[in-house]
Each structure stands twice: as C-alpha cells, then as structure tokens.
Design a protein around this ligand. Structure first.
Ligand code: NCD
Length: 359
C-alpha cells in the first residue's frame, strides 16, 4: 500500500511503501537513469525527499534492511578516487538486498585498454541491472546509458554533475533548516512550492571544477533558493552565463567575488574543496592567498545568520577552504551530509528500480 501525502503547494506525492518491490508501487517516477538533476521537477524532488524519509525509517530498525532489490545486481564502477560516494552506494544497495559487484577501474581490463562501451557491455553480460559509475570525463555516464540495458546512476562525471550529492545536500537542508526565512525576503522561483523560497544559500570556492556545485545549482534554484556563487574570478568563469540563463527561467542565481556579499544573512554556507588535481597553472596565486581571502573562518561565518548551516561535500582541505573549528563547529552539518548519503542513495536506487521490470 502506498501512502498519499499533500505537501503545501506540491501536487499529491505518492510515497512508495519501501518494504514492497519497487515495480509494484504506483509512484510518479519516470526516469530510467539518474545522470543529473537538471530534469527533475519540484514534485520529483519531493518524491525523492519523502522516499528518503522512508529509508531513514528503515535505517532506524534493528535490522536495517528491506528485500526491495533482492535478485538484482548493482555494479559499482569507479574510475576516480572516492570514499564516501562509493561506500555509501555500496551500503545503500546492500540495505536494499541487492547483489553488489565492485569494480575498481585500475584492476579491470580498462587498464588494458578496453573501451568504456566494451566495459559496460561486459558488465551487462555478467548480469548487472544497475550501474553506478564515476568517471573523470564529463558525459561518460551518458555514453554508458546509451549502451546499457538497465539503469545508470552517475556517481560524479568530470566537472559536470554529481546528482546524488545534490540530492543529499537538499535533504540535509530540508531536515536542518528549521527557523523561519528572513521576513521580507523575495520569494523564490516557484512561490509556495519550493521549500527553499526565501532562503539564501551561498556556495564558496572552486565552483569552476565542482560537479557538486553544477548539480546543486539546479536543485537549489528549483526549490526557490536565492543562490549565491562566490570565489575568485578565475574559479567563477562561465557562471555569469548560467546566471542570465537561469534568470530567464525565473530562478534566483547570483555570482559574486565578494565574500561579504555572499555570506551576509545567508541561511546555508557551503564550502567547496579547492580541486588541486583539476587546477591548471595560473588559476590561483597560492592556496595561502586563497585561504586568506576566501577561507570560511569563524569571523566570516558571523556575517551569516546565527543559525546558518555549514556544509561541505568532502573531502575537505581544512585550513584552506574551511577552518577546522568551523568544520567541527556547532553549525556544521557535514557529518549529517555523509550519513544522509546512504538513505538518499537507497531512495534513488529504489525509485529507478521501479521504472523497469525485474531482470
Ligand atoms: C566531491 C566529488 O568527488 O565530486 N566529493 C564527493 O563526492 N563527496 C567533491 C570533491 O571531490 O571535492
């Protein structure tokens, strides 16, 4: 039995009963793959959030498992380093009773020159129903989705997208933003629907190389946030174009090099890692200078609302983009982000599994 709930302003969302098989549920989810979050409507985001609530309830049980994906094989193929994303996908799939196959690209035939398409076809021939993939090339999961018969979940591709990170960030905000938005704040893009309407969210740091930020821009503005992107000009290249495109769609996206402007009265402050491995020479004078001008310190955080949430997708360079006492401080929800990653990934695996017949 599914439960029908009606959140304010959002059309009725049918939440699946996650103890039952996903294909037996009458939920409004029509995507076979999760490659990015740019195509998800506010109602679909709400469905993910509420399915995540249901998964949280499963995780609180003495035996934190449901049989939903019994008999299905989830293959995790990561071509780039990862701790939290890879492990949380694995834990999520196991909590849903899936069979999990882990492939580290360095130990596969990829290192012998097998093409991505051959690798994906081989994985499918070995029985995979769902493929979770991380790749350093933007767009690689889209290529995989073209040839794979099951569902592809993007675990991060190049600078482009990291959909499950954006969803777990959204879930964490939804759970932890409890105070009222500041009076007089203009409402967001979808008045009365997005739960972030009237909220100011600032994302600081290496926007240029951040797939986390690229995905968060879609979800946060869809939910009505007043979103500020802030960093040195070399790490903000291209976002002005996004801002004017988004403005056309009625979304609230601002780009600034002024950390004071970005932080003033913010409800959420998200710091991003300076991605040294993707940094071309000349983009930053030095990490020390970056830390001095843009690092999230206690003094700077004081410009935000007193109850502002501090977030970071990890891994952190403490002392560069975020001071250790801020990362570990009372306003930090960084550990919640990691914990919520399991429930969110259970939710998306479950929803995607319902869009095709069981293999
Ligand atoms: C991020 C990633 O890999 O894109 N981390 C993550 O998945 N939690 C961010 C980063 O590498 O800085």
């Amino acid at each position: 039995m599914s439960v029908v709930v009606e959140p304010a302003g959002v059309a009725a969302v049918v939440v699946p009963s996650v103890d039952a098989a996903p294909e037996s549920q009458a939920v409004a989810w029509r995507h076979r793959h999760l490659l990015d979050v740019d195509r998800l409507s506010v109602a679909e985001l709400e469905l993910v959030m509420r399915t995540t609530d249901a998964m949280r309830e499963v995780l609180a049980r003495p035996i934190a498992k449901v049989p939903a994906l019994r008999g299905r094989q989830v293959t995790i193929l990561f071509y780039e380093a990862s701790t939290r994303t890879r492990v949380s996908f694995e834990v999520a799939a196991k909590n849903l009773s899936a069979d999990v196959v882990n492939i580290a690209a360095a130990s596969s035939s990829v290192s012998k020159g097998e093409s991505l398409v051959d690798t994906v076809r081989t994985i499918e021939a070995l029985g995979a129903d769902m493929l979770v993939m991380r790749h350093s090339v933007s767009g690689a999961p889209y290529l995989a989705a073209d040839v794979f018969g099951g569902s592809v979940l993007n675990g991060g591709d190049g600078w482009h997208a990291h959909p499950t990170q954006a969803l777990l960030d959204l879930y964490t905000m939804r759970e932890r933003l409890t105070g009222e938005p500041l009076a007089g704040r203009p409402r967001g893009a979808v008045p009365g629907t997005g739960f972030l309407a009237g909220r100011k969210v600032a994302i600081l740091g290496d926007l240029l190389h951040s797939r986390v930020a690229h995905s968060n821009i879609w979800t946060l503005t869809a939910e009505g946030a007043d979103l500020w992107l802030c960093g040195p000009p070399t790490l903000l290249r291209g976002f002005e174009g996004w801002a004017s495109r988004s403005a056309l769609a009625g979304r609230r996206l601002h780009v600034t090099t002024s950390i004071d402007e970005a932080l003033r009265d913010a409800d959420v402050v998200m710091a991003l890692r300076i991605q040294r491995e993707r940094m071309a020479a000349g983009l930053l004078p030095s990490l020390r200078e970056y830390a001095a001008r843009y690092g999230l310190t206690r003094e700077r955080l004081a410009m935000a609302r007193p109850d502002a949430l501090v977030m970071h997708p990890g891994p952190m360079n403490e002392g560069v983009e975020i001071a250790p006492d801020v990362a570990a401080g009372a306003q930090s929800v960084i550990t919640d982000q990691v914990t919520n990653g399991v429930a969110v990934r259970m939710a998306v695996l479950y929803l995607l599994a319902g869009t095709r017949p069981s293999a």
